[in-house]
Design a protein around this ligand. Structure first.
Ligand code: NAD
Length: 450
Protein backbone atom coordinates (compact mmCIF):
# COMPACT_ATOMS: atom_id res chain seq x y z
CA UNK A 1 0.00 0.00 0.00
CA UNK A 2 1.52 3.32 -1.12
CA UNK A 3 0.82 6.52 0.78
CA UNK A 4 -0.21 9.46 -1.37
CA UNK A 5 -0.93 13.05 -0.42
CA UNK A 6 -3.16 15.08 -2.76
CA UNK A 7 -2.93 18.86 -2.35
CA UNK A 8 -6.20 20.58 -3.32
CA UNK A 9 -9.62 18.92 -3.25
CA UNK A 10 -11.20 20.76 -6.19
CA UNK A 11 -12.52 19.07 -9.35
CA UNK A 12 -9.22 17.35 -10.11
CA UNK A 13 -7.88 16.80 -6.59
CA UNK A 14 -10.88 15.09 -5.01
CA UNK A 15 -11.30 12.77 -8.00
CA UNK A 16 -7.57 11.94 -8.01
CA UNK A 17 -7.64 11.27 -4.27
CA UNK A 18 -10.75 9.09 -4.36
CA UNK A 19 -9.59 7.10 -7.40
CA UNK A 20 -6.10 6.40 -6.01
CA UNK A 21 -7.74 5.30 -2.74
CA UNK A 22 -10.04 3.00 -4.69
CA UNK A 23 -6.97 1.47 -6.37
CA UNK A 24 -5.85 0.37 -2.88
CA UNK A 25 -3.54 3.21 -1.84
CA UNK A 26 -3.70 5.14 1.43
CA UNK A 27 -4.59 8.73 0.52
CA UNK A 28 -4.49 11.92 2.54
CA UNK A 29 -6.40 14.69 0.79
CA UNK A 30 -5.44 18.20 1.87
CA UNK A 31 -6.91 21.62 1.21
CA UNK A 32 -6.45 25.07 2.71
CA UNK A 33 -10.24 25.48 2.69
CA UNK A 34 -11.46 24.50 6.19
CA UNK A 35 -15.00 24.50 4.80
CA UNK A 36 -14.28 21.94 2.07
CA UNK A 37 -12.35 19.65 4.42
CA UNK A 38 -15.02 19.86 7.16
CA UNK A 39 -17.65 19.11 4.53
CA UNK A 40 -15.72 16.07 3.30
CA UNK A 41 -15.31 14.80 6.86
CA UNK A 42 -19.13 14.89 7.07
CA UNK A 43 -19.68 13.21 3.71
CA UNK A 44 -20.40 16.43 1.75
CA UNK A 45 -18.69 16.68 -1.63
CA UNK A 46 -17.06 20.00 -2.58
CA UNK A 47 -18.29 19.61 -6.19
CA UNK A 48 -21.02 17.86 -8.13
CA UNK A 49 -19.57 14.94 -10.08
CA UNK A 50 -21.55 11.78 -10.93
CA UNK A 51 -20.49 8.79 -8.78
CA UNK A 52 -18.09 10.81 -6.63
CA UNK A 53 -19.93 10.61 -3.33
CA UNK A 54 -20.31 6.83 -3.54
CA UNK A 55 -16.59 6.48 -4.37
CA UNK A 56 -15.48 8.74 -1.51
CA UNK A 57 -17.86 7.12 1.01
CA UNK A 58 -16.66 3.64 0.07
CA UNK A 59 -13.02 4.55 0.58
CA UNK A 60 -13.62 6.50 3.79
CA UNK A 61 -15.41 3.43 5.12
CA UNK A 62 -12.49 1.22 4.08
CA UNK A 63 -10.08 3.58 5.88
CA UNK A 64 -8.14 4.36 2.70
CA UNK A 65 -8.81 8.12 2.53
CA UNK A 66 -8.71 10.87 5.13
CA UNK A 67 -9.03 14.66 4.89
CA UNK A 68 -6.96 17.35 6.52
CA UNK A 69 -5.90 20.99 6.35
CA UNK A 70 -2.54 20.17 7.97
CA UNK A 71 0.48 19.85 5.68
CA UNK A 72 2.46 18.26 8.54
CA UNK A 73 -0.15 15.53 8.95
CA UNK A 74 -0.57 15.02 5.20
CA UNK A 75 3.14 14.72 4.44
CA UNK A 76 4.04 12.40 7.32
CA UNK A 77 4.78 9.06 5.65
CA UNK A 78 3.66 10.17 2.15
CA UNK A 79 5.97 8.99 -0.63
CA UNK A 80 4.01 10.81 -3.37
CA UNK A 81 2.58 14.35 -3.21
CA UNK A 82 0.24 15.41 -6.02
CA UNK A 83 -0.29 19.15 -6.51
CA UNK A 84 -3.83 19.72 -7.86
CA UNK A 85 -4.45 23.37 -7.02
CA UNK A 86 -6.02 25.89 -9.40
CA UNK A 87 -4.09 27.79 -12.09
CA UNK A 88 -6.55 30.46 -13.22
CA UNK A 89 -5.94 33.08 -15.90
CA UNK A 90 -3.86 36.06 -14.85
CA UNK A 91 -4.33 39.62 -16.12
CA UNK A 92 -2.79 39.19 -19.61
CA UNK A 93 -3.88 35.58 -20.08
CA UNK A 94 -0.77 34.12 -18.47
CA UNK A 95 -1.40 31.35 -15.91
CA UNK A 96 -1.59 32.63 -12.33
CA UNK A 97 0.78 30.37 -10.41
CA UNK A 98 0.35 31.79 -6.93
CA UNK A 99 -1.48 28.67 -5.62
CA UNK A 100 1.14 26.33 -7.06
CA UNK A 101 3.91 28.42 -5.48
CA UNK A 102 2.15 28.44 -2.09
CA UNK A 103 1.63 24.68 -2.23
CA UNK A 104 5.30 24.10 -3.17
CA UNK A 105 6.45 26.29 -0.26
CA UNK A 106 4.18 24.48 2.21
CA UNK A 107 5.41 21.10 1.01
CA UNK A 108 9.03 22.24 1.40
CA UNK A 109 8.41 23.55 4.92
CA UNK A 110 6.65 20.43 6.19
CA UNK A 111 8.39 17.51 4.49
CA UNK A 112 10.47 15.38 6.87
CA UNK A 113 11.54 12.64 4.45
CA UNK A 114 12.22 12.30 0.70
CA UNK A 115 9.13 12.74 -1.53
CA UNK A 116 8.18 12.75 -5.17
CA UNK A 117 6.21 15.92 -5.95
CA UNK A 118 3.89 15.36 -8.88
CA UNK A 119 2.35 18.32 -10.64
CA UNK A 120 -1.18 17.59 -11.81
CA UNK A 121 -2.20 21.23 -12.18
CA UNK A 122 -2.00 22.58 -15.73
CA UNK A 123 1.08 24.77 -15.59
CA UNK A 124 3.14 26.73 -18.12
CA UNK A 125 6.10 25.01 -19.71
CA UNK A 126 9.04 25.35 -17.33
CA UNK A 127 6.98 25.37 -14.14
CA UNK A 128 8.32 22.00 -13.00
CA UNK A 129 11.84 23.43 -12.81
CA UNK A 130 10.49 26.53 -11.04
CA UNK A 131 8.63 24.38 -8.46
CA UNK A 132 11.87 22.48 -7.79
CA UNK A 133 13.64 25.81 -7.17
CA UNK A 134 10.89 26.95 -4.77
CA UNK A 135 11.03 23.71 -2.80
CA UNK A 136 14.83 23.77 -2.64
CA UNK A 137 14.94 27.37 -1.43
CA UNK A 138 12.08 26.95 1.09
CA UNK A 139 13.29 23.80 2.84
CA UNK A 140 14.50 24.45 6.42
CA UNK A 141 17.15 21.74 5.81
CA UNK A 142 17.97 19.86 2.58
CA UNK A 143 15.88 16.72 2.07
CA UNK A 144 15.99 14.97 -1.32
CA UNK A 145 12.93 15.26 -3.57
CA UNK A 146 12.02 14.92 -7.25
CA UNK A 147 9.50 16.76 -9.38
CA UNK A 148 7.41 14.89 -11.94
CA UNK A 149 4.83 16.39 -14.27
CA UNK A 150 1.67 14.32 -14.62
CA UNK A 151 -0.92 16.44 -16.45
CA UNK A 152 -4.55 15.55 -15.95
CA UNK A 153 -6.87 14.93 -18.90
CA UNK A 154 -10.14 14.09 -17.12
CA UNK A 155 -13.37 15.80 -18.15
CA UNK A 156 -15.80 17.12 -15.58
CA UNK A 157 -19.00 15.12 -15.78
CA UNK A 158 -17.19 11.85 -16.55
CA UNK A 159 -14.17 12.47 -14.34
CA UNK A 160 -14.14 9.14 -12.53
CA UNK A 161 -14.30 6.96 -15.62
CA UNK A 162 -11.82 9.25 -17.37
CA UNK A 163 -9.41 8.86 -14.44
CA UNK A 164 -9.89 5.10 -14.20
CA UNK A 165 -9.78 4.48 -17.96
CA UNK A 166 -7.47 7.16 -19.32
CA UNK A 167 -6.44 7.18 -22.98
CA UNK A 168 -2.86 7.61 -21.78
CA UNK A 169 -0.79 8.67 -18.79
CA UNK A 170 1.82 11.35 -19.49
CA UNK A 171 4.78 11.67 -17.13
CA UNK A 172 7.63 14.13 -17.40
CA UNK A 173 10.80 14.19 -15.37
CA UNK A 174 14.54 14.31 -15.65
CA UNK A 175 14.67 11.79 -12.79
CA UNK A 176 13.97 8.43 -14.46
CA UNK A 177 13.73 6.61 -11.16
CA UNK A 178 11.03 9.00 -9.89
CA UNK A 179 9.13 8.84 -13.20
CA UNK A 180 9.21 5.03 -13.03
CA UNK A 181 7.85 5.06 -9.49
CA UNK A 182 4.97 7.31 -10.55
CA UNK A 183 4.44 5.05 -13.57
CA UNK A 184 4.07 2.08 -11.17
CA UNK A 185 1.27 3.93 -9.37
CA UNK A 186 -0.58 4.24 -12.68
CA UNK A 187 -0.02 0.66 -13.89
CA UNK A 188 -3.42 -0.61 -12.60
CA UNK A 189 -5.08 1.83 -15.02
CA UNK A 190 -3.66 -0.24 -17.91
CA UNK A 191 -3.20 2.74 -20.21
CA UNK A 192 -0.18 3.55 -22.37
CA UNK A 193 2.38 5.54 -20.36
CA UNK A 194 4.35 8.24 -22.18
CA UNK A 195 7.48 9.29 -20.29
CA UNK A 196 9.17 12.50 -21.43
CA UNK A 197 11.20 15.33 -19.96
CA UNK A 198 9.37 17.82 -17.70
CA UNK A 199 8.79 20.56 -20.26
CA UNK A 200 7.54 18.23 -22.96
CA UNK A 201 4.96 16.73 -20.59
CA UNK A 202 3.76 20.20 -19.64
CA UNK A 203 3.47 21.09 -23.33
CA UNK A 204 1.50 17.91 -24.14
CA UNK A 205 -1.29 19.15 -21.87
CA UNK A 206 -1.52 22.61 -23.46
CA UNK A 207 -1.23 21.23 -26.99
CA UNK A 208 -4.00 18.70 -26.30
CA UNK A 209 -6.43 21.28 -24.90
CA UNK A 210 -5.61 23.78 -27.64
CA UNK A 211 -6.25 21.11 -30.27
CA UNK A 212 -9.65 20.21 -28.81
CA UNK A 213 -10.59 23.90 -28.57
CA UNK A 214 -9.52 24.26 -32.20
CA UNK A 215 -11.89 21.46 -33.23
CA UNK A 216 -14.75 23.31 -31.51
CA UNK A 217 -13.92 26.62 -33.16
CA UNK A 218 -13.44 24.87 -36.49
CA UNK A 219 -16.93 23.38 -36.45
CA UNK A 220 -18.35 26.72 -35.32
CA UNK A 221 -16.72 28.40 -38.29
CA UNK A 222 -18.20 25.70 -40.52
CA UNK A 223 -21.57 26.35 -38.81
CA UNK A 224 -21.43 29.99 -39.90
CA UNK A 225 -20.69 28.96 -43.48
CA UNK A 226 -23.48 26.33 -43.35
CA UNK A 227 -25.95 29.03 -42.44
CA UNK A 228 -24.98 31.09 -45.46
CA UNK A 229 -24.99 28.17 -47.87
CA UNK A 230 -28.06 26.31 -46.65
CA UNK A 231 -26.37 23.23 -45.14
CA UNK A 232 -26.96 21.61 -41.74
CA UNK A 233 -23.83 21.62 -39.56
CA UNK A 234 -25.11 18.72 -37.43
CA UNK A 235 -25.24 16.47 -40.46
CA UNK A 236 -21.94 17.86 -41.73
CA UNK A 237 -20.28 16.99 -38.40
CA UNK A 238 -21.81 13.51 -38.41
CA UNK A 239 -20.61 12.94 -41.95
CA UNK A 240 -17.11 14.15 -41.08
CA UNK A 241 -16.90 12.23 -37.82
CA UNK A 242 -17.08 8.78 -39.40
CA UNK A 243 -13.66 9.46 -40.88
CA UNK A 244 -11.23 7.97 -38.35
CA UNK A 245 -8.68 10.67 -39.12
CA UNK A 246 -11.21 13.26 -37.92
CA UNK A 247 -13.30 11.42 -35.31
CA UNK A 248 -16.76 12.40 -34.06
CA UNK A 249 -15.75 14.20 -30.85
CA UNK A 250 -15.63 17.94 -30.19
CA UNK A 251 -17.54 18.66 -33.40
CA UNK A 252 -20.69 20.06 -31.81
CA UNK A 253 -21.44 23.53 -33.14
CA UNK A 254 -23.07 25.86 -30.67
CA UNK A 255 -22.23 28.41 -28.03
CA UNK A 256 -18.56 27.46 -28.05
CA UNK A 257 -16.27 26.26 -25.31
CA UNK A 258 -16.27 27.58 -21.74
CA UNK A 259 -15.35 26.14 -18.37
CA UNK A 260 -12.26 26.13 -16.25
CA UNK A 261 -9.78 24.73 -18.78
CA UNK A 262 -10.06 25.51 -22.52
CA UNK A 263 -10.44 29.30 -22.27
CA UNK A 264 -7.57 29.77 -19.85
CA UNK A 265 -5.30 27.12 -21.39
CA UNK A 266 -5.58 28.43 -24.96
CA UNK A 267 -4.91 31.94 -23.65
CA UNK A 268 -1.95 30.78 -21.58
CA UNK A 269 -0.41 28.92 -24.54
CA UNK A 270 -0.81 32.00 -26.75
CA UNK A 271 0.79 34.08 -24.00
CA UNK A 272 3.75 31.69 -23.73
CA UNK A 273 4.25 31.85 -27.51
CA UNK A 274 3.98 35.66 -27.60
CA UNK A 275 6.46 35.98 -24.75
CA UNK A 276 8.98 34.19 -26.96
CA UNK A 277 8.26 36.51 -29.88
CA UNK A 278 5.90 34.17 -31.76
CA UNK A 279 2.53 35.18 -33.18
CA UNK A 280 0.27 32.15 -32.63
CA UNK A 281 -2.22 32.97 -35.41
CA UNK A 282 -4.27 29.80 -35.16
CA UNK A 283 -4.74 30.13 -31.39
CA UNK A 284 -5.91 33.74 -31.82
CA UNK A 285 -8.41 32.68 -34.48
CA UNK A 286 -9.69 29.90 -32.18
CA UNK A 287 -10.29 32.42 -29.39
CA UNK A 288 -11.85 35.01 -31.70
CA UNK A 289 -14.31 32.52 -33.15
CA UNK A 290 -15.22 31.35 -29.66
CA UNK A 291 -15.73 34.90 -28.41
CA UNK A 292 -18.26 35.52 -31.19
CA UNK A 293 -20.56 32.65 -30.26
CA UNK A 294 -22.33 34.09 -27.23
CA UNK A 295 -23.22 37.50 -28.76
CA UNK A 296 -24.24 35.71 -31.95
CA UNK A 297 -26.81 33.61 -30.07
CA UNK A 298 -28.16 36.69 -28.28
CA UNK A 299 -28.45 38.54 -31.60
CA UNK A 300 -30.35 35.61 -33.04
CA UNK A 301 -32.84 35.96 -30.23
CA UNK A 302 -33.12 39.69 -30.85
CA UNK A 303 -33.85 38.95 -34.54
CA UNK A 304 -36.68 36.63 -33.56
CA UNK A 305 -38.21 38.87 -30.91
CA UNK A 306 -37.60 42.18 -32.63
CA UNK A 307 -36.20 43.55 -29.38
CA UNK A 308 -35.57 42.02 -25.98
CA UNK A 309 -36.35 45.20 -24.02
CA UNK A 310 -39.09 44.32 -21.53
CA UNK A 311 -39.22 40.67 -22.67
CA UNK A 312 -38.77 37.66 -20.43
CA UNK A 313 -36.16 35.10 -21.52
CA UNK A 314 -35.64 31.66 -19.95
CA UNK A 315 -32.22 29.99 -19.93
CA UNK A 316 -32.32 26.19 -20.08
CA UNK A 317 -29.08 25.16 -18.38
CA UNK A 318 -26.42 27.23 -16.63
CA UNK A 319 -23.32 25.06 -16.05
CA UNK A 320 -20.67 25.32 -18.76
CA UNK A 321 -21.45 21.75 -19.79
CA UNK A 322 -23.76 18.93 -18.63
CA UNK A 323 -23.12 16.73 -15.56
CA UNK A 324 -21.21 19.35 -13.63
CA UNK A 325 -22.02 22.35 -11.44
CA UNK A 326 -18.94 24.21 -12.71
CA UNK A 327 -19.87 27.79 -13.67
CA UNK A 328 -16.36 28.99 -14.49
CA UNK A 329 -16.51 30.91 -17.79
CA UNK A 330 -19.97 29.46 -18.44
CA UNK A 331 -21.71 30.94 -21.53
CA UNK A 332 -24.85 31.38 -19.38
CA UNK A 333 -23.18 34.18 -17.43
CA UNK A 334 -22.29 36.23 -20.52
CA UNK A 335 -25.63 35.57 -22.20
CA UNK A 336 -27.58 36.62 -19.08
CA UNK A 337 -25.49 39.78 -18.72
CA UNK A 338 -26.13 40.72 -22.36
CA UNK A 339 -29.85 40.11 -22.07
CA UNK A 340 -30.19 42.02 -18.81
CA UNK A 341 -28.22 44.98 -20.11
CA UNK A 342 -30.51 45.02 -23.18
CA UNK A 343 -33.50 45.36 -20.85
CA UNK A 344 -34.72 41.74 -20.65
CA UNK A 345 -35.90 39.90 -17.57
CA UNK A 346 -34.05 36.57 -17.24
CA UNK A 347 -35.24 33.35 -15.62
CA UNK A 348 -33.25 30.11 -15.52
CA UNK A 349 -33.30 26.44 -14.65
CA UNK A 350 -30.37 24.03 -14.22
CA UNK A 351 -30.48 20.55 -12.64
CA UNK A 352 -27.44 21.11 -10.37
CA UNK A 353 -25.76 24.49 -10.89
CA UNK A 354 -28.41 26.96 -9.66
CA UNK A 355 -27.00 27.33 -6.15
CA UNK A 356 -23.53 28.27 -7.42
CA UNK A 357 -24.98 30.29 -10.31
CA UNK A 358 -27.19 32.41 -8.07
CA UNK A 359 -24.15 34.06 -6.49
CA UNK A 360 -22.68 34.82 -9.92
CA UNK A 361 -25.91 35.93 -11.59
CA UNK A 362 -27.82 37.88 -8.94
CA UNK A 363 -30.16 39.44 -11.53
CA UNK A 364 -31.44 36.05 -12.72
CA UNK A 365 -34.53 34.42 -11.25
CA UNK A 366 -33.89 30.70 -10.58
CA UNK A 367 -36.86 28.35 -11.18
CA UNK A 368 -37.79 24.91 -9.85
CA UNK A 369 -38.23 23.17 -13.21
CA UNK A 370 -38.23 23.96 -16.95
CA UNK A 371 -42.03 24.32 -17.17
CA UNK A 372 -42.19 26.73 -14.25
CA UNK A 373 -39.36 28.67 -15.89
CA UNK A 374 -41.21 28.77 -19.22
CA UNK A 375 -44.18 30.57 -17.65
CA UNK A 376 -44.24 34.21 -18.78
CA UNK A 377 -41.31 33.58 -21.16
CA UNK A 378 -41.29 35.32 -24.52
CA UNK A 379 -38.41 33.07 -25.50
CA UNK A 380 -36.16 30.28 -24.24
CA UNK A 381 -32.47 29.82 -24.96
CA UNK A 382 -30.91 26.37 -24.62
CA UNK A 383 -27.53 26.98 -22.98
CA UNK A 384 -26.43 23.57 -21.66
CA UNK A 385 -27.18 20.23 -23.32
CA UNK A 386 -28.33 18.34 -20.20
CA UNK A 387 -29.90 15.01 -21.21
CA UNK A 388 -33.09 15.83 -19.32
CA UNK A 389 -33.72 18.75 -21.70
CA UNK A 390 -33.74 16.34 -24.64
CA UNK A 391 -36.66 14.51 -23.06
CA UNK A 392 -38.86 17.49 -22.17
CA UNK A 393 -42.58 17.50 -22.92
CA UNK A 394 -42.17 20.18 -25.58
CA UNK A 395 -45.90 20.72 -26.06
CA UNK A 396 -46.23 21.44 -22.37
CA UNK A 397 -43.24 23.76 -22.57
CA UNK A 398 -44.78 25.56 -25.57
CA UNK A 399 -48.13 25.94 -23.80
CA UNK A 400 -46.42 27.37 -20.72
CA UNK A 401 -44.71 30.12 -22.73
CA UNK A 402 -46.07 33.50 -23.67
CA UNK A 403 -44.53 33.11 -27.12
CA UNK A 404 -43.13 29.81 -28.46
CA UNK A 405 -39.68 31.10 -29.42
CA UNK A 406 -36.55 28.98 -28.89
CA UNK A 407 -32.92 29.71 -29.70
CA UNK A 408 -31.14 26.40 -29.32
CA UNK A 409 -27.52 27.18 -28.46
CA UNK A 410 -26.62 23.49 -28.44
CA UNK A 411 -28.68 22.18 -31.38
CA UNK A 412 -30.37 19.53 -29.23
CA UNK A 413 -33.77 19.64 -30.96
CA UNK A 414 -34.86 18.66 -34.45
CA UNK A 415 -35.75 21.86 -36.33
CA UNK A 416 -38.49 20.16 -38.39
CA UNK A 417 -40.16 18.68 -35.34
CA UNK A 418 -39.98 22.00 -33.51
CA UNK A 419 -41.55 23.75 -36.50
CA UNK A 420 -44.34 21.13 -36.58
CA UNK A 421 -44.99 21.83 -32.88
CA UNK A 422 -45.44 25.48 -33.75
CA UNK A 423 -42.21 26.82 -32.29
CA UNK A 424 -40.31 29.67 -33.88
CA UNK A 425 -37.05 27.76 -33.57
CA UNK A 426 -33.49 28.65 -34.51
CA UNK A 427 -30.39 26.56 -33.93
CA UNK A 428 -26.82 27.52 -34.82
CA UNK A 429 -25.46 26.44 -38.20
CA UNK A 430 -28.66 24.82 -39.40
CA UNK A 431 -28.92 26.59 -42.72
CA UNK A 432 -30.84 23.78 -44.38
CA UNK A 433 -33.72 24.40 -41.98
CA UNK A 434 -33.61 28.12 -42.70
CA UNK A 435 -33.93 27.45 -46.42
CA UNK A 436 -36.81 25.03 -45.82
CA UNK A 437 -38.62 27.61 -43.73
CA UNK A 438 -38.16 30.13 -46.51
CA UNK A 439 -39.27 27.55 -49.07
CA UNK A 440 -36.36 28.57 -51.27
CA UNK A 441 -35.74 26.82 -54.61
CA UNK A 442 -32.64 25.21 -53.18
CA UNK A 443 -34.52 23.57 -50.31
CA UNK A 444 -37.11 22.28 -52.80
CA UNK A 445 -34.28 20.77 -54.78
CA UNK A 446 -32.78 19.11 -51.69
CA UNK A 447 -36.14 17.75 -50.61
CA UNK A 448 -36.89 16.41 -54.05
CA UNK A 449 -33.56 14.63 -54.22
CA UNK A 450 -34.01 12.84 -50.87
N1 NAD B 1 -11.36 20.97 -13.77
C1 NAD B 1 -10.97 20.20 -14.78
O1 NAD B 1 -11.77 19.64 -15.51
C2 NAD B 1 -9.49 20.02 -15.04
C3 NAD B 1 -9.09 19.01 -15.94
C4 NAD B 1 -7.72 18.85 -16.17
C5 NAD B 1 -6.80 19.66 -15.54
N2 NAD B 1 -7.25 20.65 -14.70
C6 NAD B 1 -6.24 21.46 -14.03
O2 NAD B 1 -6.12 21.00 -12.68
C7 NAD B 1 -5.87 22.10 -11.80
C8 NAD B 1 -6.93 22.13 -10.72
O3 NAD B 1 -8.16 22.42 -11.31
P1 NAD B 1 -9.53 22.29 -10.52
O4 NAD B 1 -10.61 22.54 -11.50
O5 NAD B 1 -9.54 21.02 -9.75
O6 NAD B 1 -9.37 23.54 -9.51
P2 NAD B 1 -10.31 23.94 -8.29
O7 NAD B 1 -10.28 25.40 -8.23
O8 NAD B 1 -11.61 23.23 -8.39
O9 NAD B 1 -9.56 23.34 -7.02
C9 NAD B 1 -8.37 23.83 -6.51
C10 NAD B 1 -8.32 23.53 -5.01
O10 NAD B 1 -7.02 23.84 -4.53
C11 NAD B 1 -7.16 24.41 -3.23
N3 NAD B 1 -5.94 25.15 -2.92
C12 NAD B 1 -5.52 26.36 -3.39
N4 NAD B 1 -4.33 26.68 -2.88
C13 NAD B 1 -3.98 25.66 -2.05
C14 NAD B 1 -2.83 25.41 -1.23
N5 NAD B 1 -1.82 26.26 -1.18
N6 NAD B 1 -2.81 24.26 -0.53
C15 NAD B 1 -3.82 23.39 -0.56
N7 NAD B 1 -4.92 23.56 -1.33
C16 NAD B 1 -4.99 24.69 -2.05
C17 NAD B 1 -8.41 25.27 -3.34
O11 NAD B 1 -8.94 25.55 -2.07
C18 NAD B 1 -9.31 24.36 -4.19
O12 NAD B 1 -10.09 23.50 -3.38
C19 NAD B 1 -5.84 23.34 -12.69
O13 NAD B 1 -4.52 23.62 -13.03
C20 NAD B 1 -6.62 22.93 -13.91
O14 NAD B 1 -6.23 23.63 -15.06
C21 NAD B 1 -8.55 20.83 -14.43
Amino acid sequence: MKQICVVGVGYVGIVTAACFADLGNRVIALDISEEKIEGLKHGEMPIYEPGLKELVDRNVFAGRIIFTTSYAEALKGSEFVFIAVGTPSGVDGEADLRYVAAAARSIAQHMTEPVIVINKSTVPVGTGDWVADIIRSSQPRPIPFSVVSCPEFLREGSAISDFMQPHRTVLGSLDTDAANKVAQLHLPLRAPIVITDLRTAEMIKYASNAFLATKISFINEIANICEELGADVKEVAAGMGYDKRIGPFFLDAGLGYGGSCFPKDVKALAYMAAEKGRHPQLLHAVMEINDDRRPMAVNRLKDLLGDVMGRTVGLLGLSFKPNTDDMRDAPAITVAEMLISAGARVRAYDPVAMEIAQGLMPGVEMCGDPYQMAKECDAIMVITEWNEFKQLDLERLRDSMRRPVIVDGRNIYDPNYMARLGFQYRGLGRGYQERQNEGSPRSEFVRASQ
